[in-house]
Design a protein around this ligand. Structure first.
Ligand SMILES: [Mn+2]
Length: 318
């Protein structure tokens, strides 16, 4: 277990905090049940691709605040008051991880520090990318915990060892995860696309024991077929690449692939994780504001975040 726990340096959230939450950029003073923070920059494969549109996602998500929840109360206010943010739950906007002098290594290590610092202090980390490269440091920061079941929602397998010499890019997060001692098992949910693995990597993933749940099977047999395979009493960490969802649900992404998960699939999956065990935290990546449609992807992601935080923390308070 890593004992080297440091608070990250973060910047004031722009244009305003997520759903009007209180802001804390000095994490040494952070007291909360959960903290949301941006990690705008994944390591690019080519310099010309930096920065990318995904790096604007924390800004775009916060910009959609007024359409995510009203009065920071219940997400489902029209038909259910509970769970509710007014029940003494502290969710804080922790700002964005800084990018000092363009140093991506430092950006990554601060993202790692942020996750580690939050977990060590019993605060649920909610990291907002950035492209899927961001997932690499986020998962490394989980090393203050053990026996984690990693839940990856994604159209892509992401088991490439490296691409263009980069080992920490957006095609490698599951490969890097498989090397971490804190990751006990991996469930890959919504898989249906191409580009982040070949037959060789697929074999490596299967040999390692990754459980691959194809989107096609989920539509055929229901999300219950996935839920049945998740460990009871599991300690789950969710990494959500929004391209795992169907483009009709989440158009605001880059690597669109037909046939993805629908809204209620993901809601039921998250509810089941909370019922079966505990959710350590959430990482959301690959949101692309320029491809979004009337902010629907940002609204969806915002509501998923609140759903998880509220459900999980209300459960702990009982
Ligand atoms: Mn993907």
């Amino acid at each position: 277990m890593n004992e080297n726990v440091k608070a990250p340096k973060t910047l004031t959230p722009e244009p305003k905090s997520f759903i009007g939450l209180p802001v804390c950029t000095n994490w040494a003073e952070l007291r909360a049940d959960a903290v949301l923070f941006g990690v705008p920059h994944g390591k690019p494969y080519f310099e010309k691709n930096f920065p990318n549109d995904q790096s604007r996602a924390p800004f775009a998500l916060r910009s959609a605040s007024d359409r995510i929840v009203v009065g920071a109360d219940s997400v489902n206010m029209d038909y259910s008051r509970s769970p509710s943010l007014s029940k003494g739950i502290t969710l804080i906007d922790g700002g964005d991880i800084a990018l000092e002098e363009g140093k991506l290594d430092q950006h990554y290590s601060q993202a790692e520090d942020a996750v580690r610092y939050a977990l060590k202090n019993n605060i649920m980390p909610i990291s907002i990318g950035g492209d899927d490269g961001v997932t690499n440091p986020v998962l490394r920061g989980l090393d203050v915990c053990e026996n984690i079941t990693l839940i990856q929602i994604d159209a892509h397998l992401d088991w490439k060892d490296e691409r263009f010499g980069e080992y920490d890019g957006y095609s490698s997060p599951m490969r890097r995860a498989s090397e971490l001692s804190q990751i006990k098992d991996i469930h890959q949910i919504g898989i249906r696309s191409f580009g982040s693995s070949t037959e060789k990597e697929l074999k490596i993933a299967k040999d390692w024991g990754a459980q691959i749940h194809l989107a096609r099977d989920i539509h055929k047999y229901g999300i219950e077929s996935v839920i049945a395979k998740l460990p009871k009493g599991g300690q789950f960490f969710i990494t959500l690449d929004v391209d795992g969802l169907d483009p009709s649900v989440m158009p605001g992404t880059v690597a669109l692939a037909p046939g993805g998960l629908f809204w209620w699939h993901i809601v039921e999956l998250f509810d089941a994780l909370s019922q079966k065990g505990s959710i350590l935290g959430l990482n959301v990546v690959e949101m692309s504001p320029k491809n979004d449609l009337n902010q629907i992807s940002m609204i969806g992601v915002g509501r998923l975040i609140l759903g998880i935080v509220l459900q999980e923390i209300v459960k702990k308070m009982k």
